[in-house]
Write a protein that binds this ligand. Sequence first.
Ligand SMILES: [Fe+2]
Length: 328
Amino acid sequence: MEHKTSALNGDFGIMIENVTCDDLGNPDFQRKAYDLWTRHGGLLAVRGDDLQDLSPEQLMTWSNVFGEIERGNMVAREGKTVPGFPILRIGNIKDEAGKPLAQLATVPQLKSDADVQYNPETRRPVWHTDSTFRKHPPIGSVFHCKQAPPEGAETLFADTRSAFARLEDEAKKKLEPLEAVCSLAHHDKKISRYSPGYPILTPEQRAANPPNRVPVVLKHPVSGQHALYGLNSSTCAVLPKGQDISDTQLDLWDLEGIEDDSVLILRDLLPYVTGPDFTVRWHWQPGDVVAWDNRCTMHAGTGFEYEKYTREMWRLTLLDESQAKAVA
Ligand SMILES: [Fe+2]
């Protein structure tokens, strides 16, 4: 069957249908897909009945088109993998003993398209960029759907490139000299405040994971386009680039889990960034593979009826080449 290509929201996001497992290993198809991914804001989905039988090897080959696959400790820290592969198994699946494979982050199920947009009162959906607290934040991720509930569990994506491009010049000028301070200790402490029992870092772990500072306006190394960047649960402050942080300030953010008011510079933009002009609500079908670029998108997970349905997703994390070498 011939491939069918369709846009997801204007020039943001692209889907190719009638894709087979063989296509994903075909260099011509790979080149075309990478080009489409870059030109459509770093969001590409492939769909096809055949993809329900995609093997871990084939998924690895496909993921490699978009970046270097992360292996090692970081992957193991986050949960259970497909045996022998750096592929995380995510969802509410259980092991042979009936124990949940992964800790499920319970988030609300969307009731309507209006729920896609960030609500400052509930702080939902939890829109974010992955792992900006890491010295080398991952450049993207690949998700492959093995089992999907008939409703709910959509993944939401926002086009931070177009959102930035359409800001007033004055707003752009204010954002360009800023950077986001992202701290793993802050992240874990903040989560432990509403999920009691969530582990927080030991003093040694905290010392080994100092905050990472990332530009609030990131220039994409491939497309050269600028995008809003740097917001996730680890973001504890937004400051002028290079500004000193006192130990007292950092202790407040890391040990108390308190977010500096300056984060509102980014957070207040979220309702705009996640409005209908810039977002995609992706409904998963078994077999779907979606690759996204963290440098020009944000994303959020949504809930489903956890007791009624089963969801299994396979996830790979992408690094750029220099990061992969630095981690190895
Ligand atoms: Fe994420």
